[in-house]
Design a protein around this ligand. Structure first.
Ligand code: NAP
Length: 334
């Protein structure tokens, strides 16, 4: 049983600001309030949070959609009052049985079922996916290398990539797409990226070999042939993208698609088609963070950061993230 740890430490007697809600809904259900600083239990670390993000995962947690997600986060109302799925910060104190970390460590972590990190402090189990931040990496850079990066890695882990192959990334400016472009280039693929006119230079800077402006050209009519089509914003379908693929080519989307087709197309295309659909079920956050830690440390990856908000303005941050128009990551800094 977890023993209460360090109850007499004055650090834990105070209060802190946190973004809380008691029901599912849009940004209006959220308010920033004073709540008690949590005391870490035996296997928990207390993190003083310096940066967190408002991602599409946070938006899904706020609204409780798709409904199936509620099996993990609370069926009729959210299990966790405080929102937030990722964090970067400094360990302020540790529970009596923590062995993996010590006070003063700079750490970052992510859990797509919530960590209550839209707050100044969070008490988090040491068994969560948590990594030490490389020395030269600021908190906001580390935290912006978690959510989108985890989903992007779960696209790439589902296929066999070889240098020289050709990939198309739709939604190359999003949290997932901007990581995909960089990681595919890192692996030596030729990358065509799809985005809107104002973001073309930014996407070229991520390393894309060719950029298609979707406001002027329908990329599904593009003559090139690809080993992979990664629809990182789920705006297209396998049916539309199939002609772009070589025989043996693979289509992956971040969304379920019309009638949740991307859930059953993987089975059908395995039997009836020479071009396959794969659904990127996201697994192993710990491994994703370890990969990103190496890439960040070696200077081989830099996340796209769009806007930064103060915690007090988190409702605005949620509205912007939910608009589907953010570029990479929306960071909340303390
Ligand atoms: N399967 C999973 O486990 C999972 C997990 C997380 C998220 N998701 C889903 O994955 C999707 C992407 O997530 P994200 O966090 O990467 O999204 P995001 O950061 O919100 O993506 C926004 C970007 O998409 C671009 N975009 C919007 N409409 C577009 C279009 N028609 N064609 C091409 N690009 C377009 C926008 O750039 P422009 O200004 O250039 O249009 C914007 O930069 C979301 O639908 C999210 O719900 C799935």
């Amino acid at each position: 049983m977890d023993a209460p740890a360090m109850e007499n430490n004055p650090t834990f007697s105070g209060s802190m600001k946190a973004a809380v809600r008691s029901e599912y809904g849009l940004a209006d259900v959220l308010s920033v309030r004073e709540v008690p600083i949590p005391a870490p239990k035996a296997h928990e670390i207390l993190v003083k949070i310096h940066a967190t993000t408002v991602s599409r995962t946070d938006c899904a947690m706020l609204t409780g959609t798709p409904f199936v997600y509620r099996l993990f986060i609370g069926l009729w109302k959210p299990k966790q009052a405080t929102t937030g799925t990722d964090f970067a910060g400094e360990i302020e104190a540790i529970g009596s049985e923590v062995t993996a970390f010590k006070a003063g460590d700079r750490v970052w972590g992510f859990n797509d079922n919530g960590l209550s990190t839209h707050a100044r402090y969070a008490a988090i189990s040491e068994r969560e996916a948590i990594e030490i931040i490389p020395e030269n990496i600021p908190y906001q850079v580390a935290v912006a290398s978690a959510e989108g990066a985890h989903y992007a890695l779960n696209f790439l882990n589902k296929v066999r990539l070889e240098a020289g192959q050709r990939a198309l990334v739709n939604g190359a400016t999003g949290a997932i797409g901007s990581v995909l472009v960089q990681l595919l280039k890192h692996k030596g693929l030729y990358v065509t990226a799809v985005c809107a006119t104002p973001n073309m230079e930014q996407v070229r800077a991520l390393g894309a070999d060719m950029v298609i402006d979707y406001t002027r050209q329908d990329f599904t009519r593009e003559a090139g042939q690809y080993h992979f089509v990664f629809d990182a914003v789920g705006k297209s379908t396998f049916g539309k993208c199939k002609p772009l693929l070589y025989p043996g080519g693979v289509y992956i989307s971040s969304e379920l698609g019309p009638y949740a087709q991307n859930l059953f197309l993987p089975l059908l295309t395995r039997v009836f088609s020479d071009k396959r659909v794969v659904f990127p079920v996201p697994v192993n956050v710990k491994q994703s963070l370890q990969t990103m830690r190496k890439l960040l440390g070696n200077g081989q990856f830099r996340p796209l950061i769009d806007r930064e908000y103060a915690l007090e303005d988190i409702r605005e941050a949620f509205r912007y993230a939910a608009s589907g128009q953010k570029i990479g990551n929306v960071v909340v800094r303390f």
